[in-house]
Every structure is written in structure tokens, then in C-alpha cells.
Ligand binder design. Structure first.
Ligand SMILES: *Cc1c(COP(=O)(O)O)cnc(C)c1O
Length: 375
């Protein structure tokens, strides 16, 4: 565990983001996506705060294991957990979790649906269905709605608890991109087919962050935001100016400069003896790929106060080298922020590291303590 490197998470900013989202979508209930340890932010603390302080009642995980972990961590809290991809239906321990712990499997294939419809234990389990309307990953084929309805009716059921689909291209324009237009139309069609067949659908949802940032998905009962609530936009750079989202990053990645020394231009630095870009001061930071500060950060420009600084040489397991300008006043023991609540700087980091906010957050390892504060 690190002591001087940490991911600082400001829950007041998080609360502001949730408030902003509720203003944007006043009619919708939120299923807050907290898979992958709440996108690296620490799932138990994030869910506890969301549930107790912000009144969020529904959360989304990827695997049933994540859901059970969360339930164990917060046994007294009242919330529902949807499991979206790794259901493990049919395994006794997991079946018990679904039956007794308000954990809802989002069924996405015939095998799982057949299991639920065919098991008398599950006859009270609310049915959640995810349709493949063009994502082509998981989900029931949108062209087989009639067959599915027949099967559901034959089992004696006449209601669906939650019907959903997921966009493949929500980072692109919702109104111009063909895939998005197609997926929206197909989902509307699925809903009306269920209705026409006399199967009631209690809840529906379609929108992830990218769609919500473009004002899409409000006609459904629920929304399923993930990334946006942690701060960043998930839209592609070319359409980011059209985003309705002005969230702030809730995290700040802080480390410490553990050593400084002057270098001349071309002086070899660390592994690979990489030459310094120019004359300046090297500051060694306590972050490396063992923390999730990967080699994608090599040569990336960052900021320290008002100075532009640059990662020089290879990133090591435990450390990395930052080149400060010659006239910098940086000294050993100084704090160094890789990113802060400044969303623009964060976007630039994603761009330079050729990665996406999702990945930068998720790759932070457990050696980095998550530290929470509230104003
Ligand atoms: C992860 C996920 C979301 C949230 O996506 P963001 O882009 O983070 O908002 C919504 N729905 C499903 C099914 C997901 O898997």
C-alpha cells in the first residue's frame, strides 16, 4: 500500500454531479453503474454515499460476484443490484443470492431465460431482459421478439420487470449516427410489440452516459449512467462541444516527488537510458505501472502549478521520472497531481495516452489507497 500516492475522491463534487444529472433528467430513476469497483473509485464507499446521502436506490454490476461483495459490505443498506453480464445462473450459491438478496439478473440469452422460466424457485423473480438491437455482444436478438413473447406467455407470465438495450456507439451523435438511429428505432419497436402482445413492461432503460450527454433516453423510466457521474465526458472529441454535460472529475491522483536532480539535455535517464528532452530538473514520483500509471504515460505532458512538465524515460514498476523546467522551484517532498478536478486537463491526458477515461480509472491498482473527503 502507498502512503504518499493516493486517489483522492471528493464526494461533494460527486454529489454535485448527481444533482446536475437529476436536473438534466428530472423524470428518470437512476441505475448507477458501479461495475469494476465503481470504475476504480471504490465500490463500497461510493455506493454507501450514493444510497445514504443521495437517495440512489439502484446500482449496476457486471458480475454476480461484484453484487454479492457489495451486499456483504453494505448489508443494512436498501438498494437493488442489477447484474449485467456474468450471471452464473444455475449455481446454487448464486441462485440463493438472486432469490434472497435483491440481486437482479439481467437475462440476455435463451439458456438463462429458460432456466428462470423453468424453475419453480424462480417463479417470483422479476424478469429483466436485455435486447441486442445492434451492439452484437450480449442480448436477445431484436428480430426474435415474437418467439420470446410466446415463450414467456407459455410459462404463464404476463409481465416484464425491466426491458433494456445498450448502445454500441453512444460516444457518437445520437441523431446523425446510423447505428444509433437504428438501435433507438428497434428498441421502440420491441416495446410496442410487448405491449401489443399484452405483456406489461414495468420499467425500461436505454441510455448510458454518452446518450444522456446528448439528451437521449428520457422517455424511458430509468437511465443507466456510469462514467459521467465520475466526471468525464464519454463523447468523442469531435462532438464534445455538443455535450449537455458539465460534470467535474470527482478524483484527483496525487503523488509525491521523492527525489530531484538537475539534468542536461540528452542525459540518459533510468531504464533504457532514455535521453532527457532538454535541460531541466528531474523529479522522481512514487507512481509506476504497479499502481496503474502505465507506460502509456511515457512522454506525456502534465501540469505542475502553471508549469508544463513531461514524463521522461520509461515508466517503472514503482516510479516514474518527470522533467520540470530549468527554473522550476520543485523540491523533494512536493506533492504532484497527475490529474485534478480539471476535466480539460484530464481529457488531454486521455488523448495523449491514447486511452479512454474508463481505462485510466479502472487500471489504478489496489496499491493506491482511495481516500474520500466531503466539504
Ligand atoms: C457500463 C454500462 C453502462 C454505463 O456506461 P457509461 O458509458 O459508463 O455511462 C450502462 N449500461 C450498461 C448495460 C453497461 O454495461
Amino acid at each position: 500500500m502507498r502512503y504518499s500516492s493516493r486517489l483522492h475522491i471528493d464526494l461533494s463534487i460527486f454529489a454535485e454531479n448527481v444533482e446536475k444529472l437529476r436536473k438534466l433528467c428530472p423524470q428518470n430513476e437512476i441505475i448507477f453503474m458501479v461495475k469494476a469497483n465503481a470504475y476504480g473509485h471504490g465500490v463500497a464507499s461510493i455506493v454507501q454515499f450514493s444510497n445514504n446521502e443521495l437517495g440512489i436506490r439502484e446500482f449496476g454490476c457486471a458480475s454476480v460476484g461484484e453484487a454479492i461483495y457489495l451486499r456483504k459490505k453494505l448489508p443494512m443498506n436498501k438498494f437493488d443490484i442489477y447484474v449485467f453480464s456474468e450471471l452464473n445462473l444455475g449455481i446454487e450459491n448464486f441462485n440463493l443470492a438472486y432469490l434472497n438478496q435483491r440481486i437482479l439478473p439481467v437475462l440476455n440469452c435463451d439458456k438463462d431465460l429458460d432456466f428462470v422460466l423453468g424453475s419453480s424457485d424462480f417463479d417470483k423473480l422479476p424478469i429483466c431482459l436485455k435486447f441486442n438491437t445492434g451492439m452484437n455482444r450480449l442480448g436477445f436478438d431484436y428480430q426474435k421478439v415474437d418467439e420470446l413473447i410466446k415463450k414467456i406467455k407459455q410459462s404463464g407470465r404476463n409481465s416484464i420487470y425491466h426491458l433494456m438495450t445498450h448502445f454500441s456507439s453512444a460516444s457518437l451523435s445520437m441523431v446523425k449516427n446510423k447505428k444509433n438511429i437504428e438501435q433507438r428505432a428497434r428498441f421502440a419497436e420491441i416495446k410496442s410489440t410487448f405491449k401489443a402482445a399484452g405483456i406489461s413492461v414495468e420499467k425500461t432503460s436505454i441510455a448510458n452516459s454518452g446518450a444522456l450527454e446528448q439528451g437521449i433516453g428520457h422517455e424511458e423510466s430509468h437511465i443507466r449512467p456510469g462514467l459521467m457521474l465520475y466526471g468525464p465526458s464519454s463523447l468523442a472529441p469531435q462532438i464534445q462541444e455538443k455535450s449537455l454535460w458539465n460534470g467535474r472529475l470527482i478524483s484527483r491522483l496525487e503523488t509525491q516527488i521523492i527525489k530531484t536532480f538537475p539534468v542536461t539535455k540528452g542525459q540518459p535517464i533510468g531504464y533504457g537510458a532514455t535521453p532527457a528532452f532538454e535541460k531541466g530538473i528531474i523529479g522522481i514520483i512514487s507512481l509506476g505501472y504497479g499502481d496503474g500509471f502505465t507506460n502509456n504515460f511515457q512522454s506525456v505532458y502534465l501540469k505542475h502549478g502553471n508549469s508544463k512538465v513531461r514524463v521522461v524515460g520509461r515508466v517503472n514498476m514503482d516510479m516514474a521520472q518527470i522533467l520540470f523546467p530549468e527554473d522550476s522551484t520543485v523540491i523533494e517532498g512536493d506533492l504532484f497531481e497527475v490529474w485534478s478536478d480539471d476535466s480539460d486537463l484530464f481529457q488531454k491526458i486521455c488523448h495523449q495516452t491514447k486511452t479512454i477515461p474508463y481505462e485510466i480509472f479502472c487500471q489504478l491498482t489496489s496499491r493506491i489507497p482511495r481516500v474520500y473527503s466531503i466539504k
